[in-house]
Design a protein around this ligand. Sequence first.
Ligand code: PDD
Length: 284
Amino acid sequence: MTRIAYVNGQYVPHDEAVVHIEDRGFQFADGVYEVIAVHQGKLIDEELHMERLERSLGELSIAWPISRRSMPVVMRQVVRRNRVHNGLLYLQVTRGVAPRNHAFPDHDHSSLVMTSRPTASFDKEAIAKGVDVITVPDIRWSRRDIKSISLLPNCLSKQQAVEAGAYEAWFIDNDGLITEGTACNAWIVTKDGELLSRKADSDILNGITRQSLIKLAEKEGVSFTERAFTPDEAKAAKEAFLTSTTSFVKPVVRIDGQSVGNGKAGSLTRRLLDFYGAHMDGQA
Ligand code: PDD
């Protein structure tokens, strides 16, 4: 089956999908993106992703490439044309094509690209095996709340994790507190059973999975505190896990080689994973 990409108004074979060399996304990483899960053919938390996209675009004064109302039409077409039942939809908006000049161009023809691909379906038992993370200094800019395509520090740190045999790297800020992962939000359950995730200000991306999980925890009567924590607190925690569109709710069983709790997925993490699975099934 030929994969199809959407590029500025056209559905084209993936192999032939190209953008202009003077696209500001290519030259300046001047753009934003979203990754949305496709679960049983449905886009999960689509509205929350659209709200975050609107916010990211607004913060950078990038115009909608097509109307907000038309976006879901194209999104569904891309998923359908690629016959994705379980997988991901990627969409990227840049400030468009203009002669290279740091200041914004005086047009508002932003560029829109979308792709979709299948991934392994949501498998609770596989996820519950858990993963290792390492900690690294947070070398990113100070507007991490914007879902910018400028991801070089994230790529460098993720590569460091891979080379250390870990799944993810969690960033540590100048105050010695964990911000988030290179592509996920960080959570712990303290020895006292307190569920913690850092406040979503400009220091982290407010993950959609994070937002949904907070609502699910509240609905299920699990108390939750929004506060930052240190790597030492995380290593001494009862449980740790990470959340993202691509990883769902994934237990973290080792941090910098040190076991968290008994080195296995914790019971609250498993419960939250169950809630999240049901949340996705509910939308499918
Ligand atoms: N990344 N923090 C960062 C830095 C991220 O890049 C992501 C997601 C998250 C979690 O956000 P969400 O729950 O909305 O996926 C937090 C995506 C998946 C990526 O870059 O591929």
